[in-house]
Design a protein around this ligand. Structure first.
Ligand code: 1HE
Length: 269
């Protein structure tokens, strides 16, 4: 374990496989085990949970990236053989807890993807709110060929992103998607040149950080729940959260700024 505070601005202990860095109100979490292609072992999962559970005040968005040639090769397969069934269930539940901290944590998270985004790596990416892919990125679910199944929330999140049929194909046939195909089917939101992902991720995180906090809260916490509700519950919840958001002082100031021509117009960017 290494203390992260003095160098990075984060007062937490992280395993060596993770590095945290603060750039003003943006946190950057790097998967930092490139010699194992950022394979995720138990300390890394716990470290991800700790990082997102203990984000300091003032961090308004986070970027997750991988060091080396690949974003993440998924579960550390070396650990797998040692587990029995109850331990396997507990292990999967650890991943669920950690990635829940990403999806329903304090701030929006931008994933910057390159190289292999496979297995558990794709599951982390799916838990993030925005995905930026470099053209080197490719996506796979090798669980099928390894005789196992996804265990990091992929069975819930990936069908919502790309559909059950595509996920079935990836798992049964080992089909991979390249970066352009991934962009076309909705795995990534943005596609950028090799090496340009981090800058794009930070640019997007800064934009997110500039939103009213209530808007980010509503988009992260309420929108996914509305999307999963029956329409009547969804409309009611939407009415409630939109009234709460617009009642906040920040919203009032932003609307006033627009009416007084002090705020930017909504132009094509
Ligand atoms: C690993 C892992 C790993 C690399 N666990 N050690 N994931 C997979 O099935 C993908 C497995 N990995 C690969 O297919 C390849 O490593 C890559 C395509 C990602 C990269 O290839 P390459 O040629 O750049 O690297 P490499 O030579 O294969 O790997 C370098 C080292 O990393 C090597 O160890 P070394 O001691 O021989 O140097 C590899 O063994 C090691 N390594 N990937 C352990 N994943 C919650 S459930 C989630 C379930 C899953 O994620 S299943 C999918 C697992």
């Amino acid at each position: 374990m290494s203390a992260a505070k003095s160098r990075s601005g984060f007062d937490i202990q992280l395993p060596r496989s993770l590095k945290a860095e603060r750039r003003d109100d943006i946190g950057i979490l790097s998967l930092a085990r490139p010699e194992k292609r950022n394979a995720i072992d138990d300390p890394t999962v716990l470290g991800i949970e700790t990082f997102f559970a203990s984000l300091p005040e003032g961090i308004k968005a986070v970027v997750v990236r991988g060091e080396g040639e690949h974003f993440c090769s998924g579960l550390d397969l070396g650990e797998l053989t040692a587990r029995n069934i109850p331990q396997g269930i507990a292990h999967s539940r650890n991943w669920h807890r950690a990635f829940e901290r990403i999806e329903f944590g304090k701030v929006p998270v931008v994933a910057v993807l390159h190289g292999a985004v496979v297995g558990g790596g794709l599951e982390i990416a799916a838990a993030c709110h925005i995905r930026v892919a470099e053209t080197s990125a490719y996506y796979a679910l090798p669980e099928g060929s390894r005789g196992i199944f996804v265990g990091g929330g992929g069975a819930v999140r990936l069908p919502r992103l790309i559909g059950t049929a595509r996920m079935t194909d990836m798992m049964l046939t080992g089909r991979t998607y390249g970066a352009e195909e991934g962009q076309a089917i909705g795995l990534s939101h943005y596609l950028v040149a090799p090496g340009a992902g981090l800058a794009k991720g930070i640019e997007l995180a800064e934009r997110i950080a500039g939103n009213a906090p209530m808007t980010n809260f509503a988009v992260m916490q309420v929108l996914p729940r509305i999307a999963e509700s029956d329409p009547a519950t969804g409309y009611l919840t939407e009415a409630l959260i939109s009234a709460i958001a617009q009642g906040d002082d920040e919203a009032k100031e932003r609307l006033k700024a627009f009416l007084e021509k002090r705020a930017p117009k909504t132009l094509r960017n």
